[in-house]
Design a protein around this ligand. Sequence first.
Ligand code: EPU
Length: 338
Amino acid sequence: MKIRHNISLKKYNTFGIEALASHFVEITTIQNLKEVLQKEGYPKKIVLSGGSNMLIVNDLNALVMHINLKGITIFSEDDHHVILKVMAGENWHEFVIWTINHNFGGLENLSLIPGNVGTSPIQNIGAYGVELKDCFESCEAMDISTQQLVTFSRPDCRFGYRDSIFKNSGKGKYIITSVNFKLAKQPHKLNTSYGAIESQLKEKKIKTPTIKDVSDAVITIRQKKLPDPSKLGNSGSFFKNPVITKDEFNTFLNNNPEAPFYKISDSTYKIPAGWLIEKCGFKGKRFGDAGVHKNQALVLVNFGGASGMDLLKLAHKIQDAVLKRFGIEIKPEVNIIT
Ligand code: EPU
């Protein structure tokens, strides 16, 4: 285990932002992680995983710990289910493809999401009617203060929309080292009710889809709407879809009868932030090398030379415009690292 100095983080964050880490270490074993956490003398320590949900605003005077723990193993199985133990540093999409090749169902709607397995529970990643929590069994995390491994069950994680204990009371206290998933053997229960999946399967004339068909449909849909980070730097949805109260919603709908929305409960409604941002005129707009994606206004992009500060300024400009026009506050989904 070697601590290196002044390392460029450009290839470690999907925004492709150039920033230096004063100290950088690759973590390949649990023992490595324990030792690094016990080391003293660094201004701070920052966990870096797939780098797909972060905006690095400036150079980091910190020890950046790149979690590179690998391995997929069958933890247990019966006739109907399998429980897989997956180490935190496995790439999310490669893992999903592995499950499809082994005919284990449940994660197919979550194909092509950037990032690593270890960070997937933190924001309870979700797409096309499925969330991580639907297949989550448990995870193991290292308690930063004691360097002991702790197990979190699904209720322990307190999952919500792009939310979990790791963003709230557990924030900054744990490093997830592995995740256990409970996946289904055949017959699979598919979730194809999301409009875009239905029409994609119809277009391909698939009547009885397999998990591979659903995964392929999701990949096609995502490739149409969302930019590939290896070609155009981005962090997926930059903002969360705002949830508003019934009173706020009634006023909003009166003024904007054509707006899309989802009813969450009798008293709360979710409004797609992408629609709000598009209505404010930002879709496809470019400010220097920072911009808003042409096919999905929820995604901020780096055309090459944008700094973290350029993107943060653009995010603030968008938040201000949405607040001014709709009276709705939108909040970042990505972690802003300073
Ligand atoms: N919309 C617009 N303009 C836009 C974008 C969206 O009007 O530029 C409208 C669409 O027409 C649609 C509605 O907003 O009526 C919802 O759009 P979409 O189905 O594309 O989903 P989203 O709410 O924008 C969320 C997730 C995505 C996930 C998709 C599909 C969040 C913050 N984002 O986006 O997740 O892939 O649903 O399930 O919840 C991510 O988290 O990085 C991500 C990409």
